[in-house]
Design a protein around this ligand. Structure first.
Ligand code: HEM
Length: 185
């Protein structure tokens, strides 16, 4: 994954726990990269090792770390670094979700070696939809939950996200049942 992902993990940990904790997490993960370069691809393994080490050192399940990371990604990394791209993708939570299947093709213009996930929306009503998530990577479903919760916060829209079908339980791919309320002013 591009270095911006590892940088975002670093940013989240440093904001919430401080730089010395990040240093310990890197040591524990056996990652000796001093500075992650945003535009450089790194082995996925590096990100997985950092998340596993953070989970161990902070005594928090990896799923919770990934969920917090999803929120952080939307509310800080994406909004602060890619504001125009985020704004172009929708003016409300449902609009943004319906545009999600095309979202990373625009990201791939900036990061040509991107290996993005694929999304599909089905069962669309005015208050809910099913989001289908396809990826060759394992274990990132909690990241998606956090991303969607982050989008809900970004739009001031209360949202619930439930894993309706899970690859770990034998489903072909993960499916999230997402429901939202009117935005709170
Ligand atoms: C400006 C905003 C965004 C940027 C720049 C961005 C960029 C990226 C990058 C660089 C990766 C790592 C993949 C790689 O390097 O090959 C990634 C992965 C991912 N992105 Fe985005 N992304 C953005 C927003 C979103 C949003 C809003 C969602 C969904 C709600 C999302 C869902 C994911 C997921 C689930 C992955 C994990 C990879 C996988 O599942 O295989 N991203 N994205």
């Amino acid at each position: 994954m591009y270095g911006m992902v590892n940088k975002a993990v670093e940013d989240m940990v440093c904001r919430n726990y401080g730089a010395p904790t990040w240093k310990r997490i890197k040591e524990q993960a056996g990652v000796d990269t001093e500075v992650f370069l945003s535009n450089e691809p790194y082995a996925d393994e590096v990100t997985y090792r950092l998340v596993a080490a953070a989970s161990e050192l902070l005594g928090t399940p990896a799923a919770n770390i990934l969920e917090a990371f999803g929120e952080h990604w939307v509310l800080h990394t994406a909004q602060e670094g890619y504001g125009p791209l985020m704004r172009a993708a929708g003016r409300s939570l449902p609009e943004f979700l319906l545009n999600l299947p095309n979202f990373h093709s625009r990201v791939a213009m900036i990061f040509p070696q991107l290996q993005p996930p694929r999304f599909e929306c089905t069962d669309i009503t005015s208050r809910s939809l099913k989001l289908h998530y396809f990826t060759h990577r394992q274990g990132l479903e909690s990241f998606v939950v956090g991303l969607v919760r982050g989008l809900g916060k970004m739009f001031g829209t209360p949202v619930t996200v439930d894993l309706a079908a899970a690859r770990v339980s034998g489903a072909d791919h993960d499916v999230f049942a997402i429901a939202w309320e009117q935005p709170t002013p």
